[in-house]
Design a protein around this ligand. Structure first.
Ligand code: ATP
Length: 140
């Protein structure tokens, strides 16, 4: 397809997306950014969030990513993430359970000296964003 870019979203376990797309939006640490064909090359860390893209037919897709980096080249975007799932592959019950666990941990253990606050916050954030993606109410 003329004018398309290759999007690859890869985790240590698997390739989650490998597709020719029209546009990619991704949650960079400095804010959401968009990549079209011919973009100036750059590299950035990602926040936990959603990568959105339009496929060659114009269909919209959303993929959860956490712990990631993106490399944009003129004809290719590569995202390496610790975890990534397409919206349809997000297990809602699992995310709800993870959210409850994280909330409980934060409420009950935050005053303990060896409590890893950042880790609990990150788990909470992953669960919240997974749920928002499945409910289609993610605002950037
Ligand atoms: P949990 O506590 O439920 O494992 P987590 O946020 O700690 O959640 P991650 O470390 O982000 O999980 O991911 C571990 C693996 O499990 C990854 O392969 C990820 O894609 C998958 N995963 C985690 N939560 C979900 C979910 N709700 N639906 C589908 N896959 C999930």
């Amino acid at each position: 397809m003329a004018g398309s870019i290759r999007l690859e979203i890869v985790t240590p376990e698997k390739t989650v997306v490998s597709e020719d797309v029209q546009i990619v939006m991704a949650p960079g640490v400095l804010g959401e950014f968009g990549v079209l064909i011919g973009h100036t090359p750059f590299l950035t860390a990602l926040k936990t969030g959603a990568v959105r893209y339009s496929d060659s037919q114009g269909g919209e897709h959303m993929v959860f990513v956490s712990g990631g980096f993106a490399e944009a080249l003129p004809q290719k975007v590569t995202i390496l993430a610790e975890s990534a799932e397409r919206r349809r592959d997000i297990d809602v019950e699992r995310a709800r359970a993870a959210l409850e666990r994280a909330q409980k941990r934060l409420a009950e253990q935050r005053s303990k000296e060896d409590f890893d606050f950042a880790r609990a916050q990150a788990a909470l954030q992953r669960a919240l964003i997974r749920l928002r993606i499945t409910e289609n109410r993610l605002s950037h």
